[in-house]
Design a protein around this ligand. Sequence first.
Ligand SMILES: CC(=O)SCCNC(=O)CCNC(=O)[C@H](O)C(C)(C)COP(=O)(O)OP(=O)(O)OC[C@H]1O[C@@H](n2cnc3c(N)ncnc32)[C@H](O)[C@@H]1OP(=O)(O)O
Ligand SMILES: CC(C)C(=O)C(=O)O
Ligand SMILES: [Mg+2]
Length: 519
Amino acid sequence: MTNQVKIFDTTLRDGEQALLASLSAKEKLQIALALERLGVDIMEAGFPVSSPGDFNSVQMIAREVKNSIVCGLARAVEADIDACGNALKVADQFRIHTFLATSDIHIEHKLRKTRDQVIDMAVGAIKYARRYTDDVEFSCEDAGRTDIDYLCRVVEAAINAGANTINIPDTVGYTIPTEFGNIVTNLMNRVPNIDKATISVHCHNDLGLAVANSLAAVEQGARQVECTMNGIGERAGNTSLEEIAMILQTRESLLGLKSNINSTEIHRTSKLVSQLCNMPVQSNKAIVGTNAFSHSSGIHQDGVLKAQNTYEIMTPESVGINKNNLNMTSRSGRHVIKHRLEELGYKPEDYDLEAVYAAFLELADKKGQVYDYDLEALLFFDQQKHDSAHYQLKYLHATSGREIVPSATVTLQVGEEEVTKTAIGNGPVDAAFNAIMEVLGHQDLVVVDFKLDSKGEGADALAQVGVIAEYKGRRFHGIGLATDIVEAGVKGLIFVLNNTYIADQIDQQKNQQERVAGV
Ligand SMILES: CC(=O)SCCNC(=O)CCNC(=O)[C@H](O)C(C)(C)COP(=O)(O)OP(=O)(O)OC[C@H]1O[C@@H](n2cnc3c(N)ncnc32)[C@H](O)[C@@H]1OP(=O)(O)O
Ligand SMILES: CC(C)C(=O)C(=O)O
Ligand SMILES: [Mg+2]
């Protein structure tokens, strides 16, 4: 038996069934071309009889796609098969996929037929489809709940009628892996002509077992898996293509099986499908979730930096992700901070790791995720700030809003002393600045410029404030950084104050030296 597992993608058919708004023909073609690049063996492009729009898009895909077999779905009804054949005949290679339910629940309640009538309909449909192509697939809808003896009979008759792929769907996602694997084993052992067809499986995820059931079937001899990108599909969706493909790739030595999927195309195909189908991917989704290759905790990050395989069973690059995958959060340690700074071009001797790490933790506690630009801003601020500053901010409270007078209370450490003042202003920054002026007790410092900048993206970005003030005929510049705009402004002004203090000290020293020198 071959060790090649065919990947049959049904994103554009079963996946599309789950969408609130249908895709346009152009969008379907875009996805089809991405699936072709991804290397799917067969793609089910739609259900041509269902609407003129679907017919046209299946036809367009059949015309454009060259490296995958294009397939269309048809009920066991001649009109459906005609629509399929007519839409697909422009393709270099195409498949007609016809189906009929085989479980008693469906036969009695939905189709209102007998078991024998269903076999006759299936046989008739397969023979009819063979007029259009040699490549005919037959699905026993709801096979997961079909009596196994009857299922064996249907499969044998379908192969005799000319179906070369027999699909076993767990249409309602009811089975569990051992049970589903056993269905395949039964077919392999009990259907006399089974060697003339490929067994395919098509699992739904109602109990979260679609991938596990598909894998169990493949281990028992199924050689085609029907799946969709990001696992989209009716209700809880279908087997996820990326998961089954990466299981085969990552565990090849255990399973001894392969697929033709070019895994480095997974990430971008997933993004395209998610975007065009307006179906967000949950962040912790295996393989394609934004967290799938991220490491947030210090111990894991340290491990990955020392050897990637400590916490990664596959690389992000193998699925086409090229990004820094180490999240910087309050659970991160010094190793990852040093590593990121190195990647950003800072040498360890350029900064004080302990100080940057302390500032990082403070920021991460406020902000959650810390990004590269935050880290750089912290580093810059660390280099600029005065550790034993004369003026230090100890407390800040500011209130503002519509119809209230903005006010602020500021406590500054001034040398050895702590001074608290409250003031009002035309806004919270102005009020805080006025309170600082009160602390200073003199008015010979004038703020002439205040520039607010956002360091990063989004509403939770760091605020960076540049303050320029005139003092004794000279201009002094300061920078403040904080998640709070008022605090950033106050820190900027305090930066200026410390510079003026240092300037005063230098002037005093100069004066003293000049006096000593008798100048
Ligand atoms: C498990 C699956 O995912 S199957 C694929 C499901 N996908 C879709 O249904 C999307 C496309 N479907 C459609 O556009 C429409 O349902 C159509 C065009 C196929 C049919 O539309 P209508 O003729 O209006 O029938 P409607 O959808 O209301 O009912 C389905 C009919 O098909 C019958 N039917 C269902 N499956 C099959 C089948 N495999 N073979 C033959 N007949 C079938 C039903 O018994 C029912 O017949 P009835 O009218 O004699 O009771
Ligand atoms: C048409 C068939 C294959 C199907 O989608 C199902 O049974 O889930
Ligand atoms: Mg299905």
